[in-house]
Design a protein around this ligand. Structure first.
Ligand code: NAP
Ligand code: ZN
Ligand code: ZN
Length: 350
């Protein structure tokens, strides 16, 4: 298959720094869309994978799965896009298209799911390379239309952070009359506050960072709690319908199960590499549950983008040049981002 060499930033090992490298993109097949990547968000999952937190990382690796840009070429059978359109790619770039989950627009449950990076590349062999790069090529079925009204750089994080919080809110029927807790004000958490508010819920955020307590209201939260303060925590026992847990490191789930009303649910979207022990009484009493959620399907991702355009929701971002990515990773590890790093991909041309 014909390929094109492009510039990218990636890593050659879990303990290595990210650096410039050359990778290949496939020539377009009939249903493929190629777009120039203008902005790419930095999700904590990029960092988990680059550091091989879960095992199974394949190197060299080019992370990045919150990419947006303009279409530069289309295959002969492409109908959804034309050259010059805004386009975006999130986590999923292919699936079997036949299983019950693909038929129900829940491609994230498909056994044949292919991810935008660190996933087997059935065209070129090796692994897929993500969005810290000049261009991307994907089948149009998995490419999203980005509403022109949104600030493009600030919309990039919606491709992963946005859908990861929107999908569980929809699944657990979050709306007016519901009290939602959001645990962690990072990339996912801060978008979660905005989306839960737009859905009509009462939002209480739980943060370990003193400085973020004051900022939570600006982001739209109704109440903000410093989770290290037991008096502040106690006030919320037995009050919440759902808690969206976005924490990326080991933490005590039991404290949060206790904040749920009867039949309430803690939904974990964060991916701490360690197990999280649960005290049986915290779920048995009150019929509470502990659940999880993984991104969302392609149709729901488009629905979320349109919802965000309607409510003018984007991420609060810190824009960086790609040459500063290793420092950005260090700050992300410390929870010191307000609230999502987005790479200005023009810097890759320097
Ligand atoms: P992030 O920007 O780093 O946010 C995580 C937040 O968690 C931090 O800002 C911090 O908030 C809090 N936190 C971090 N360490 C903590 C600790 N030891 N104890 C308590 N709180 C802590 O990361 P993100 O990009 O939002 O991603 C969050 C997690 O979701 C990651 O594990 C990522 O891999 C995962 N993820 C999952 C999916 C999915 O589909 N399920 C999709 C995307 C990402 P405070 O400062 O407010 O406490
Ligand atoms: Zn992500
Ligand atoms: Zn499938």
């Amino acid at each position: 298959m014909e390929t094109k060499n492009i510039k990218a930033f990636g890593t050659t090992g879990a303990k290595e720094l990210l650096k410039e490298m050359t990778i290949k993109r496939r020539a377009l097949t009939a249903h493929d869309v190629e777009f120039e990547i203008l902005y790419c968000g930095i999700c904590h999952s990029d960092l988990h994978q680059a550091h091989n937190d879960f095992g199974g990382s394949v190197f060299p690796m080019v992370p990045g799965h919150e990419m947006v840009g303009r279409v530069t070429a289309i295959g002969n059978h492409v109908t959804k896009f034309k050259v010059g359109d805004l386009a975006g790619v999130g986590c999923i770039i292919d699936s079997c298209r036949e299983c019950e989950y693909c038929q129900q627009d829940e491609e994230m449950f498909c056994k044949g799911e292919v991810l935008s990076f660190n996933s087997p590349d059935k065209y070129l062999g090796g692994s897929t390379y993500g969005g810290y790069s000049e261009t991307y090529v994907a089948d149009e079925r998995y490419v999203l239309s980005i509403p022109e009204s949104l600030d493009l750089a600030a919309a990039a994080p919606l491709l992963c952070a946005g859908i990861t919080v929107y999908s569980p809110f929809k699944h657990w029927n979050i709306g007016p009359g519901k009290k939602v807790g959001i645990l962690g004000i990072g990339g996912l958490g801060h978008v979660g506050i905005k989306i839960a508010k737009a859905l009509g819920a009462h939002v209480v955020v739980f943060t370990t960072s003193d400085a973020k307590v004051a900022d939570a209201e600006r982001l739209g939260a109704d109440e903000a709690v410093l989770s290290t303060n037991p008096q502040q925590m106690e006030k919320h026992i037995d009050t919440l319908d759902m808690i969206l847990d976005t924490v990326s490191a080991k933490h005590d789930i039991n404290t949060y199960l206790n904040l749920l009303r009867a039949d309430g649910t803690v939904v974990l979207v964060g991916l701490p590499p360690e197990a999280l022990p649960i005290n049986p009484f915290n779920v048995v009493i009150g019929r509470r549950s502990f659940s999880g959620s993984n991104i969302g399907g392609i149709a729901e991702t488009q629905e979320m983008l349109n919802f965000c355009a309607e409510h003018n929701i984007t991420a609060d971002i810190e824009m960086i040049n790609i040459q500063d990515i290793n420092e950005a990773y260090n700050r992300l590890l410390k929870g010191d981002v307000h609230y999502r790093f987005v790479i200005d991909m023009a810097s890759l041309k320097k």
